[in-house]
Design a protein around this ligand. Structure first.
Ligand SMILES: C[S@@+](CC[C@H](N)C(=O)[O-])C[C@H]1O[C@@H](n2cnc3c(N)ncnc32)[C@H](O)[C@@H]1O
Length: 238
């Protein structure tokens, strides 16, 4: 995926953290999606919809853009302005209580948001899997802890993240938490390559959260954290 194609859309207004476009690009490059024209993709925790736009452009599939903090109306306005109002459906629902049709999505993508709601064992099987089609693919990128610090997030990250430190989990721990199921073919987790570039893009903005992150980058964020990539492939129908 060529990130340069999307430069005009990446701004302090659309970014909500380290550059989500770089995280998405790494996931797409490692696990290219092979979709049919009537496939539907769920962008879960889409924020301002920047990733939804790119998913729509790159795959040409239909996209459901779901977020909790950003309203569907706000995202709808942006999608219409960006010329993808027909292709992307904005939705505002809690990922803990999604109300989609069962076995609807060929792919689910979630960038920098899955850690807010999905860090407990069984979440994937109970809350996500029922909505996925057989042979579906799930691609997730979340901030997390390097494998060597597994289990130490509160001790290492609390000065920066306060009570949210527990949300940061290592690739090893995410693999355990996702777990298995007779519909799951494989779960892969890894430390992503895009860490420095995604952070640099974010820290260069004047967003007030980026200004705060800057104070902790060298002492906490860089030494202990990473981006965790997660790919889950589902089995074909029997
Ligand atoms: C850091 S922002 C990232 C947004 C976007 N994916 C990006 O990378 O720019 C985290 C997003 O997670 C979403 N989120 C947090 N908890 C959620 C929940 N329970 N259900 C749905 N979305 C949730 C928030 O609404 C927020 O937009």
């Amino acid at each position: 995926m060529n990130i340069g194609n999307y430069k005009a859309y990446i701004s302090a207004e659309t970014m909500m953290g380290p550059n989500s476009v770089r995280i998405l690009a790494e996931l797409f490059d490692k696990f290219p999606l092979q979709l049919l024209s009537d496939d539907i993709i769920l962008d879960l925790g889409c924020g301002t919809g920047l990733t939804s736009l790119i998913i729509a452009k790159e795959t040409r599939a239909k996209v459901f853009a779901n977020d909790l903090w950003v309203s569907a109306e706000e995202n709808r306005k942006r999608f219409v302005e960006w010329g993808v109002g027909e292709q992307i459906t904005p939705i505002c629902e809690d990922a803990n209580n999604l109300r989609f049709e069962k076995e609807q999505f060929r792919a689910l993508i979630s960038i920098d948001s899955y850690h807010y709601f999905a860090g407990s064992k069984g979440f994937f099987q109970e809350k996500i899997l029922p909505f996925m089609k057989d042979n579906g693919v799930v691609l997730i990128g979340v901030p997390g802890l390097k494998d060597e610090y597994t289990g130490c997030s509160e001790e290492l990250l609390s000065d920066w993240l306060g009570k949210d430190a527990y949300m940061f989990k290592s690739p090893k721990l995410w693999k355990e938490l996702i777990g298995g199921n007779d519909r799951i073919e494989l779960v892969r987790t890894w430390e992503m390559d895009c860490f420095s570039k995604a952070w640099n893009d974010w820290l260069a903005t004047n967003n007030k959260f980026a200004l705060r992150d800057r104070q902790y980058f060298e002492t906490i964020i860089k030494p202990y954290t990473c981006f965790v990539g997660i790919c889950i492939k589902l089995k074909r129908a029997l």
